[in-house]
Design a binder for this molecule. Sequence first.
Ligand code: LLP
Length: 479
Amino acid sequence: ELASPDSIQPICPWRCHGEPGGLRAERSAGSPSRTGLSAIFDACQRPRCLAGANCLKESMTLTQLPGAPHIAYHGSQLWIEGVRLRDLARVHGTPLFVYSKASMLSALAAYQRGFTGRNVQICYAMKANSTLGVLQVFAQAGCGFDIVSGGELQRVLTAGADASKVIFSGVGKTRDEMRQALESGIGCFNVESEAELEVLNEVAQSGARQAPVSIRVNPNVDPKTHPYISTGLKGNKFGIAHERAQATYQRAAALPGLRVVGIDCHIGSQITEEGPYLDAMDRVLDLVDAIEASGISVRHLDFGGGLGINYNGESPPGADTLWSHLLQRLDARGYGNRQLMIEPGRSLVGNAGVCLTEVLYLKPGEQKSFCIVDAAMNDLPRPAMYQAFHQIVPLERQDGALTTYDVVGPVCESGDWIGRDRALHVRPGHHLAVLSAGAYCMSMASNYNSRGRAAEVLVDGTTVHLIRRRETAIDQMQG
Ligand code: LLP
């Protein structure tokens, strides 16, 4: 039962603007009469919503779903590209992660637009989502990859990445991982400490190789994000302090097993403002000025990742806008023609994915009512870890009284919640979508409570690819 993609238009979920094919058409097709919410729908007319301040479009965050236009309501049903999500939940079961390929490619295109005419290598930070099918999308689009472990290296090479476009970040690389990366011929090690520099030199020399290195500097800039995901402040474990950077470059240049190729910084994640990027860029360029003045040339400049996404009304700059401004600054300082690198993760995949879940039980309570679903903190760890907010919407919108629930999973912890105080009209057996679930969900999923990890599908137009099958109890007991 798939609609042809051209019949699918992203429309306001509340149809306040009465799109063709929206409320009016439904009414004329004999939909049952509506009460409550529909009084407001009925007040909505084209071309302007007459409900004014009462318009749900204004008062609900659902208007433009994160993930639009690739994830959007069509009539009362939630679709991803040309596929109705309800159908996927039925065929593949829940919890189920579903990704839109077009959404990933359009997020990538925003970066590519921003860098038009520049010498840039976009290295997808695969920790955001390391499923092979997702990696293939970026590998086929010509991306490089930012990795942080030997496991990630193996995965990304399996997905067909070009090793020379792989950069290896992380504060705790082991000798084995260094060896493995050197043998694969990766493009660059982002070295995070003076001690690591010495070990990498030894490992490279023992294999009669030279390791390409870039030093990750810690610019001491506040990215204004959650403390667990800010990485460029003095108190963070990442990178080499700004004050030590020059001496570290001198040392790197003197070690025979190393070849200095670049400089790197990454100040944090879910950054929604431009300022911290501009500040970090200035700090890094100050260092490059000084390092090059001392006779060491720094071929590439890597400005990390970190651009935020809209989870619940945040409005980070678009990747193209952000980069057009950063490039102006870079040009003004005379570095516009350098080889550039970036390491975006979340902004490429976060809003390309949703997690589908089924309502198991409703549990009314005196203080709280709970909507117990079959996805849990092992599938979606971000709320438990960072009190993160993900929108939760029905796969099939129905009129009816809204009840405020905490949406929780089956895991035996009070920290196992997915959304708090959510107004929903649900019954057991209904399906919900947890939005903005493309980044740092499946890649952080665990087997806690011996729960098998969810299945994942990638949608490309009307084609559905199962890119990871559901993990079974037997899978979990291997080894
Ligand atoms: N490069 C390095 C060196 C990083 O440490 C990170 C993310 C990235 C690039 C990609 O950053 P992005 O563009 O995705 O913001 N689990 C947390 C996010 C942790 C980010 C860690 N580093 C979350 O769920 O919010």
